[in-house]
Design a protein around this ligand. Structure first.
Ligand code: HEC
Ligand code: HEC
Ligand code: HEC
Ligand code: HEC
Ligand code: HEC
Ligand code: HEC
Ligand code: HEC
Ligand code: HEC
Ligand code: HEC
Length: 420
């Protein structure tokens, strides 16, 4: 026991001793820069504690060069002989980060699986190409990663963390004033925030749901062209994309030069689809290409009837089962059965992309039979509730009648027994 306590004490002392040099390891650069008055000069020294590079043992000199041991000696610390590089110009930032990030041997000594193609990819993007042409407004590495507080991409506070990316890109792309010299829209962020993808990502914490960089890439950020637009969505919506690829629309859209998914769903403000989209009315996607009274629009209306029918039957069954449940009936099994009908509905909605009427009808018919059965089970349960209630009411009536009779009898006996 005593030995254990002594060991523990020793460990504690060692821990304290080991910590000391760490605390003192603050280098000359950080030390002096913290003391400088000008915010531009002291901010880096205060921000750097959140920087992943520091966590990996790097420091100011790793990026800026210079002598980090030259305490209180600016001339020596900033000496070009010690490799001091100063502040990189904006156009030189990618190369400055690339000194390490494009060097596989160096980077893999820290992390064997880290990519080292960011700079190469970057120069293939619209951002990188324009920077080379002398445009200083495009994003450089530090526009998306911050500077002096560059966090690991897995860090939830990182500007590059999925839930933060939209604001990072939107900082420029949503700023009409900043983007004035360009001919592109500045509504992507605003629209994206109305999308089902944004809702899934931020409110339901579904990290599989895309943000700007999932569709555009981060380093090779470019708008996917017409050819690849379908592929962007297909990457994640595999089943839907498959159904679409087998439909007659596939070749028809190709011929028209229309992108597959975004023609009907848009790109940034993709809202929750609904059966109403199949209505064939003026504001539905089908009506943008098909004339009213055309055969395809009639088929669209037919699809809506089939799917709408199944959907409302499921709603009815659900409502009745809920009423039965509130009345105290056991509804576990019919509710479980209803799930099969819901699956059929999901299948049918997806299958609209195939335009295969037979396949869709098979799904809605199968679902409707199940929903009808659940509806009838619910009705049966409600009838039983009614029956029980009526039985209860009848027995209550009898009991009340008997009690009233008894009361009258007792009163009569009472009155008779009383002396006049
Ligand atoms: C003794 C104080 C002192 C030390 C030590 C020091 N600096 Fe500085 N640093 C300054 C001052 C003051 C400036 C403002 C510009 C100037 O006077 O050169 C500055 C400016 C800078 C700039 C901005 C240059 C520009 O072009 O705007 C960078 C980058 C920088 N220092 C990095 C470093 C690094 C890296 C180290 C360590 C290797 C370091 N400094 C050590 C005092 C110091
Ligand atoms: C991961 C690389 C990296 C590290 C580490 C780093 N810097 Fe920088 N620093 C940069 C880059 C890139 C810029 C240019 C930023 C820009 O132009 O937006 C810069 C700019 C500066 C500036 C000029 C700020 C201004 O607004 O003009 C100073 C001063 C500076 N750094 C000091 C430091 C000090 C002190 C440290 C350590 C505490 C440090 N830096 C660590 C990359 C780095
Ligand atoms: C337009 C925004 C943007 C620019 C510009 C940008 N990045 Fe990134 N970077 C991201 C995002 C977002 C991620 C998160 C992972 C992903 O989506 O690829 C990332 C991830 C990274 C990673 C983690 C490893 C990896 O590749 O996934 C490194 C390292 C990196 N970036 C370095 C750089 C360097 C160096 C530059 C400049 C040449 C740069 N980034 C320019 C947005 C950007
Ligand atoms: C002195 C070499 C060096 C320089 C210069 C440098 N980095 Fe790094 N960077 C590293 C190392 C080493 C890591 C840690 C890699 C690891 O352990 O996964 C790293 C990590 C990162 C990460 C986190 C990657 C992840 O997996 O989450 C980002 C983002 C990043 N650097 C961006 C930049 C940017 C932007 C610049 C330029 C402003 C830059 N780096 C300059 C060496 C450097
Ligand atoms: C520092 C500001 C800035 C940031 C941050 C930024 N961009 Fe850009 N981006 C620009 C500018 C400026 C252009 C050039 C616009 C042009 O030439 O039409 C551009 C061009 C683009 C283009 C090509 C548009 C076209 O059709 O020409 C895409 C796509 C793009 N950015 C996506 C992104 C994404 C995605 C992010 C975030 C991961 C991002 N950008 C972050 C400033 C920025
Ligand atoms: C679900 C995928 C997806 C997401 C998420 C997404 N985009 Fe796009 N974006 C596209 C597609 C597809 C296009 C091409 C539109 C076309 O060619 O008709 C595009 C076009 C663009 C353009 C070119 C100009 C324009 O408006 O047509 C910019 C800039 C852009 N997006 C920025 C962003 C930004 C910033 C975000 C995040 C706030 C974002 N995008 C999110 C798919 C997406
Ligand atoms: C990075 C993966 C990814 C990309 C790329 C992507 N999505 Fe999504 N999408 C999701 C996730 C995850 C959800 C939410 C879960 C679900 O309902 O499947 C979703 C939801 C949807 C929904 C709502 C579905 C529903 O039933 O609520 C539609 C419509 C949609 N996406 C269309 C598109 C279109 C069109 C594109 C291309 C412009 C696209 N998506 C690109 C992952 C992606
Ligand atoms: C981008 C234009 C476009 C949009 C939007 C569009 N279609 Fe079509 N559709 C076509 C073209 C082109 C054809 C092939 C020529 C034809 O049969 O009219 C076609 C064919 C069809 C066919 C006949 C397929 C067969 O059996 O040969 C049906 C059914 C159909 N579309 C239904 C719809 C429905 C439902 C919608 C809305 C959800 C819709 N379309 C939206 C362009 C479009
Ligand atoms: C011709 C127009 C049209 C095209 C093209 C189209 N969709 Fe749809 N999409 C619809 C309609 C209409 C609905 C709603 C069906 C319903 O709810 O009854 C829908 C629903 C969806 C849903 C939700 C239902 C489900 O299937 O889970 C997703 C996800 C979806 N579409 C993704 C895509 C993707 C990915 C592409 C490209 C491969 C695409 N859509 C192409 C019209 C279209």
């Amino acid at each position: 026991m005593l030995l254990r306590i002594m060991c523990f004490g020793l460990l504690l002392a060692a821990a304290v001793l080991i910590r000391v040099p760490f605390a003192a390891a603050e280098d000359a650069c950080t030390d002096c820069h913290k003391s400088l008055r000008e915010e531009r000069l002291n901010r880096p020294a205060f921000k750097i504690k959140d920087d992943y590079h520091v966590a990996r043992g790097l420091g100011c000199h790793s990026c800026h060069g210079g002598d980090q041991t030259a305490l209180d000696n600016k001339a020596q610390a900033h000496s070009p002989a010690k490799g001091f590089l100063g502040k990189p110009k904006r156009y030189a930032i990618p190369e400055s980060c690339g000194r390490c990030h494009s060097d596989p041997n160096f980077m893999r000594s820290f992390n064997p699986s880290i990519r080292t193609d960011q700079v190469k990819e970057y120069y293939s993007s619209v951002h990188g190409k324009k920077l080379r042409e002398g445009d200083q407004k495009v994003a450089v590495c530090t526009s998306c990663h911050d500077v002096h507080a560059i966090r690991a991409v897995k860090d939830q506070m990182a500007w590059t963390y999925p839930t933060n990316v939209a604001e990072t890109c939107g900082g420029c792309h949503g700023n009409a004033e900043y983007m004035k010299p360009y001919k592109i829209a500045t509504d992507q962020l605003e629209k994206y925030k109305q999308s089902v993808h944004y809702e899934m990502l931020t409110k339901r914490a579904d990290l599989a749901s895309p943000t700007c960089s999932s569709c555009h890439g981060s380093h090779g950020a470019a708008p996917p062209g017409v050819d690849s637009v379908a592929n962007v969505c297909s990457h994640c919506h595999v089943v839907t994309a498959d159904l679409f690829a087998k439909s007659p629309h596939k070749s028809a859209f190709d011929e028209l030069g229309m992108p597959a998914c975004v023609t009907c769903h848009s790109n940034h403000d993709i809202t929750q689809p609904s059966d109403a989209m199949l209505g064939g009315g003026e504001d539905t996607p089908c009506a943008t290409c098909h004339e009213s009274d055309s055969a395809p629009l009639k088929k669209a209306a037919e699809l809506r009837t089939m799917i709408g029918g199944l959907s409302s039957r499921i709603d009815q069954a659900t409502a009745i089962l809920t009423r039965a449940e509130h009345a105290g009936m056991e509804i576990g099994s019919p509710r479980f059965e209803l799930l099969t009908a819901q699956e059929s509905l999901i299948k049918a909605r997806a299958a609209t992309h195939s335009l295969d009427m037979e396949q869709i009808k098979t799904a809605t018919d199968a679902g409707s039979i199940v929903a009808q059965k659940s509806l009838e089970s619910g009705q049966g349960l409600l009838a039983e509730v009614q029956f029980r209630r009526k039985g209860l009411a009848a027995s209550m009536l009898i009991i009340v009648a008997v009690l009233v009779g008894l009361f009258l009898k007792i009163r009569e006996v009472d009155r008779r027994g009383r002396p006049d």
